[in-house]
Ligand binder design. Structure first.
Ligand SMILES: [Zn+2]
Ligand SMILES: [Zn+2]
Length: 293
């Protein structure tokens, strides 16, 4: 009868709820809002207030959101401070750093509003990427419209580079011909869109997680993010025929992860079906009550 137990914790005050709205969105985007907000008031407040384990879980979630939000804010700050001092343009055949040459790739024109939105939404990861790229003292330059920042970091052999937010962590490729460079810029610009959308939906961590999951299931040219950004433009070979994905081991892995995450809900569902009259343990909600029947 945990539902009728008196709450041992005061509901979150209105002012704190505003703070948590901001922290949750900065840390986890719309998903962050969805995870944090209901527990501060509306959806299942009594369950959270009455169950010790729910409260502990909620506190852990808040700590994770604060950490992610702090990362976002510091990344945003780094990006803004870098924007403030104008970067040199990556012009054709200009040596940028350590004698490397880059031919000006042009990103496709975007509607200005989306261009601004995506700059703002990708600023946290862009800032973190710049902090990483600048640690070894590499050169930076700005290219395209809307501009992409080029940073030079050692890459795996044969890999052109990766887009992190609006920053292209470029391999020190000595020369790319102008047409290839333009195709590549278009491909990378589509990755910026993906970063921006994912940051709105799930904060700075969503795209890396989704990309990793997708890449284990559908490796290389079968990766859906790369396909959406354009395989040919990104210098990816056409997908193999017959396709390699989804890979069996990756399905097993992610189903296993999903089962571990949802194990208490599964137990709760099984018990609700087997013994619908069973009351939850004292100080616990139904989900956190032990026993399968
Ligand atoms: Zn609980
Ligand atoms: Zn790509």
């Amino acid at each position: 009868m945990a539902e009728s137990a008196p709450p041992r914790r005061r509901p979150t005050s209105a002012a704190m709820r505003v703070v948590w709205v901001i922290v949750a969105f900065l840390g986890g985007g719309l998903v962050g809002l969805f995870l944090v907000l209901p527990r501060t008031r509306w959806l299942r407040p009594r369950r959270v207030l009455a169950c010790d384990l729910c409260q502990r879980r909620h506190r852990r979630l808040l700590v994770a959101m604060v950490v992610l939000a702090l990362l976002s804010v510091s990344g945003f700050g780094l990006r803004v401070s870098q924007r403030a001092r104008q970067l040199p343009a990556c012009v054709a055949d200009t040596s940028i750093a350590e004698g490397r040459r880059v031919i000006d790739p042009r990103a496709p024109k975007r509607p200005p509003l989306w261009s601004t939105v995506r700059s703002v939404m990708t600023a946290p990861v862009s800032g973190l990427a710049l902090a990483f790229a600048q640690a070894p003292g590499r050169g930076l330059c700005s290219v395209g419209d809307p501009p992409i920042t080029l940073a030079f970091v050692p890459q795996a052999a044969g890999h052109m580079g990766s887009m992190v937010g609006e920053v292209f962590m470029a391999s020190p490729v000595p020369r790319i011909n102008p047409i290839r460079a333009r195709d590549l810029a278009q491909h990378e610009s589509r990755h910026v869109d993906q970063w921006a959308v994912c940051s709105i939906v799930g904060g700075i961590a969503l795209l890396p997680v989704l990309y990793l999951v997708d890449n284990t299931l559908y490796p290389g040219s079968e990766n859906h993010f790369e396909q959406a950004a354009g395989l040919f433009d990104g210098a990816y070979p056409p997908p193999p025929n017959p396709p390699k994905g989804p890979q069996g081991w990756a399905i097993a892995l992610w189903v296993g992860v999903l089962l571990v995450i949802t194990r208490r809900r599964i137990r709760w569902t099984v018990r609700t079906v087997l013994s619908p009259d069973r009351a939850p343990d004292i100080g616990r909600c139904g989900v956190h009550t032990t026993g399968w029947r």
